[in-house]
Every structure is written in structure tokens, then in C-alpha cells.
Write a protein that binds this ligand. Structure first.
Ligand SMILES: [Zn+2]
Length: 287
């Protein structure tokens, strides 16, 4: 958490809330409740609670969509009008998501062993539900109920902007950008490597929590964040999280010349050859 947002203009992928003891859970809930009760904002608007992050009844899919290799259900999906084909829930988009889960899940135990991290369970306990939401702050990522809508949705669980994915342990809910697909140079829809990176990062948060890693070693947010980034690298993705401006340029086919390739030596993740720009490009203003 300490790394994100505040001092940089980069969109950081992720962030989660974890409470490691029942006392912490109680105190946090009590704090949220107290803030909601006592701190009336100057505009008279009630501060969101963590439950405002969850999809409302009207936002939920009529039928949740089961992802077999994720072991999770999609309960909410909102496309981005400006990138309709890339952000609509299609069979191709669902396959990118499920394939990403399959790859990540297949290698997570190996990853934990390599990092000498213990786990409480051989299989994850209850996995989260997922919402796919607009995340690009230069398009609709900050509109009401989108991924970076802090004022009316995520303020209680994600105090800083901006992010591409958010796992809220206390809600057992995963919120992720909505663009599994992108158009390649020929206009064909292909897997979006930046989305795959984000989801892989979030899966580390989900699995480390649900396998009970933190129950044994004690939760530390920075360590969890470092572990998620380490897992992204372990899965063969060595490009950094991108800004909204870079994401937009890539979606619109104005890619930077230098496209770092995925580590072909590991090549665990089935990521196309197109990849996000180098770190030197991560200076575009976000807001
Ligand atoms: Zn993270």
C-alpha cells in the first residue's frame, strides 16, 4: 500500500485490505462505523462504508458466470463504451480470464515453495466473487461505480487512487479492470497482456490469503504487495504496471517503439508478444 499512488502519477495495480486478527476486524469495522456516523463530509454526503464497494442488486449480472479454472464467479461486468469490443464479456474475454487463472493457479504452489513460504491449506478456502469494471481514469475509470470511483464506492477500502485491480479480503471480493482483450496491429482481438499482468498480481493476493500463508507468517501489507509483484515476475512478465495514458495509447494502437517482451525463458504465462511500455514511459499524468 505504501508504494502506490500518492507520490507518483502511475496507475498501480492493486491493493487489498487485510485484517489478521478478529480484534483488528472488529476495530476496523468500528472505525468505519464511527467515521460514517461522526464525520459528515462538508457536502453532506455520507462517507462510503466498505459495503458500498460491493455491487448493488441492480449492478449484478442476472446470472453469475462461473470460471472453472478460477474457481470464482463473475457477479458484475461493466464495459467501457469507447472500447466496447475489448471490454465486453464475450467467450474470448472469458477464456483470457480463465486461462490466466489456470496458469497462475498451476504455478502458485511452486512459487510459494521457491520463496520458502508455508501455507495452512493445500487448497484455497472460499474464493472471492469478481467484478470487472472500467479502470482507465482517462476514459470512464473514475465515473460513478467504476474501479476508481473512490467518493461513492471504494473510499472505505481503497483510500488512494488509482489502481487496476483491488482485492478486498474483508469482503472476499475481487475488483478488476474490464479489458481482457485488445486489438493487435492488424485489428484482430487478442489477449491483453496488461490485463493478464493485473489479474496475475491479484491472484497472488487471493491465493496467499486463501491458502493461509498470512495465517502462518503474519500479515504484512508491503510483503503481500511485494509477493504479488514477485509472482508476476515469476510468471514471466517483466514489464511494469502502466499509466492510464499508456494503456489508452496501447488500446488505440499508438504503442511505444520499445515493447519489452515477456521472458521467453520462463514463458509461464501465455502472453502475446505485445507488451506494455518500458518504465521510462511511466510518467504520464493521471489526473
Ligand atoms: Zn497488489
Amino acid at each position: 500500500m505504501g508504494l502506490f499512488c500518492a507520490a507518483t502519477t502511475r496507475l498501480m495495480s492493486r491493493r487489498r485490505i487485510e485484517f489478521t486478527t478478529r480484534l483488528a476486524r472488529f476495530l476496523a469495522t468500528a472505525t468505519v462505523a464511527a467515521v460514517a456516523f461522526f464525520a459528515t463530509p462538508s457536502d453532506g454526503r455520507a462517507s462510503p462504508t466498505r459495503f458500498d464497494a460491493l455491487p448493488r442488486a441492480s449492478e449484478r449480472l442476472t446470472q453469475p458466470v462461473w470460471l472453472p479454472h478460477c474457481g470464482m464467479r463473475i457477479v458484475e461486468w461493466r464495459p467501457t463504451a469507447a472500447l466496447r469490443t475489448e471490454t465486453t464479456m464475450t467467450d474470448q474475454a472469458l477464456k483470457v480470464i480463465d486461462d490466466t487463472c489456470q496458469n497462475a493457479f498451476a504455478h502458485y504452489a511452486e512459487f510459494l515453495r521457491a520463496r520458502r513460504l508455508p501455507r495452512l491449506r493445500g487448497e484455497p478456502d472460499v474464493l472471492p466473487a469478481i467484478s470487472f469494471l472500467p479502470g482507465n481514469t482517462l476514459l470512464d475509470g473514475k465515473t460513478p461505480r467504476a474501479l476508481n470511483d473512490l467518493p461513492s464506492r471504494f473510499e472505505a477500502v481503497a483510500p488512494g487512487c488509482c489502481y487496476w485491480g483491488l482485492y478486498v479480503d474483508s469482503l472476499n471480493h475481487l475488483f478488476v479492470r474490464n479489458d481482457p482483450l485488445m486489438k493487435d496491429d492488424s485489428g484482430e482481438l487478442v489477449a491483453n497482456p496488461r490485463f493478464v499482468r493485473t489479474l496475475t498480481h491479484e491472484i497472488s493476493h487471493v491465493l496467499s490469503s486463501r491458502l493461509g500463508v498470512w495465517d502462518i507468517v503474519g500479515y504484512d501489507r508491503d510483503r503481500d504487495e511485494d509477493l504479488a509483484e514477485d509472482f508476476v515476475s515469476f510468471m514471466g512478465m517483466h514489464f511494469p504496471a502502466e499509466s492510464s495514458a499508456e494503456d489508452l495509447a496501447l488500446h488505440r494502437g499508438r504503442s511505444p517503439r520499445n515493447r519489452p517482451s515477456v521472458d521467453s525463458a520462463t514463458a509461464r504465462a501465455k502472453v502475446p508478444s505485445q507488451a506494455p511500455p518500458s518504465a521510462s514511459a511511466n510518467t504520464s499524468p493521471q489526473r
